[in-house]
Write a protein that binds this ligand. Structure first.
Ligand code: CP
Ligand code: NVA
Length: 306
């Protein structure tokens, strides 16, 4: 059995189902017992090329609660922002710190960092993936439903980084996913095929469609994300029009199971992808989900820095 020690987390594709279940188990334990010295003397560097509230704070607090330390690096203030290469940055960071987390524009940048670093690299969101979010999402669904078996998640909206990681993570743990996106905004076809293939082994049914009503039918979880991701601000007006029929509102929630919960990775825009009544209503578990970023990432850090 391969150990998680020294491993990078670029997407969830590189983790086996067993490893993901192990990380979720560890996260549950860390939620019960948050403080230890498991990462005493260890340092995480965090490179941010985009804004963040949850990722930045949960990683920093997570390291601290495990007896380690995190350094928050704004890419603009690094020499990286003045043209030093990712490869050189990777080599230098490898000499100083024990792991590096990066939030960046392109998945290629995350891969390049990992190729040249001799320490684990964690993807803290890029254009294609958001694996740490998906780990927290799975933890939340497990808490809410007690199992992944015969559970259906409906993701309604942009087939983006969050959708991709949710789809891959769900496929790995045997959780059914229906994704409804507007025409032309579906998740990446190649990733959908990979998820379907994984699902064949785990029993997860992965379906992509354009009709939000069909996707949420009898769903246990209804999930959405922003219509305009970071870096797509130019398309905001166009996207508002296209995505309008994909708003998660009470009418849509009523098509899901009466026991359904609403999830959103946050930040949310009330009145756009979700109405305020759903976001702040009884079915919403978004703040439990946000808290779980901390526990899930601590599990990941603890295992890869063992
Ligand atoms: N969900 C998420 O990644 O939040 P931040 O952008 O605040 O880190
Ligand atoms: N899809 C969003 C997620 C933010 C946490 C973005 O990439 O901006």
């Amino acid at each position: 059995k391969k150990s998680l020690s020294g491993r990078s987390a670029l997407s969830l594709l590189e983790f086996s189902s067993e490893e993901i279940f192990h990380l979720l188990d560890e996260a549950v334990k860390l939620k019960e017992n948050p403080y230890s010295q498991a990462l005493k003397g260890k340092t995480l560097a965090m490179i941010f090329e985009k804004s963040s509230t949850r990722t930045r704070i949960s990683f920093e607090v997570g390291m601290l609660q495990l007896g380690g330390h995190a350094i928050d690096l704004n890419a603009k203030e690094l020499q990286l922002g003045r043209g030093e290469t990712i490869a050189d940055t990777a080599k230098v960071l490898s000499a100083y710190v024990d792991a590096v987390m990066i939030r960046t524009t392109k998945h290629e940048r995350v891969k390049e960092l990992a190729e040249h670093a001799t320490i684990p690299v964690i993807n803290g969101l890029c254009d294609v993936f958001h694996p740490c979010q998906a780990l927290a999402d799975l933890l939340t669904i497990l808490e809410l439903k007690g199992t992944f078996e015969n559970i259906k998640v409906a993701y309604v909206g942009d087939g983006n980084n969050v959708a991709h990681s949710l789809m891959i993570g769900s496929a790995k743990v045997g959780l059914n996913v229906s994704i409804a996106s507007p025409l032309g905004f579906e998740p990446n076809q190649n990733l959908v095929e990979q998820a379907k293939k994984i699902g064949k082994e785990t029993g997860a049914e992965i379906v992509v469609m354009n009709d939000p009503l069909e996707a949420v039918k009898d769903a246990d979880i209804v999930y959405t994300d922003v219509w305009t991701s970071m870096g797509q601000e130019d398309e905001e007006e166009k996207r508002k029009e296209i995505f309008h029929p994909y708003q998660v509102n009470q009418r849509l929630m009523e098509k899901a199971k009466p026991t359904a919960h609403f999830l959103h990775c946050l930040p949310a825009h009330r009145g756009e992808e979700v109405t305020a009544d759903v976001m702040d209503g009884e079915q919403s578990a978004v703040f439990q989900q946000a808290e779980n970023r901390l526990h899930a990432q601590k599990a990941l850090l603890k295992e890869i820095l063992k």
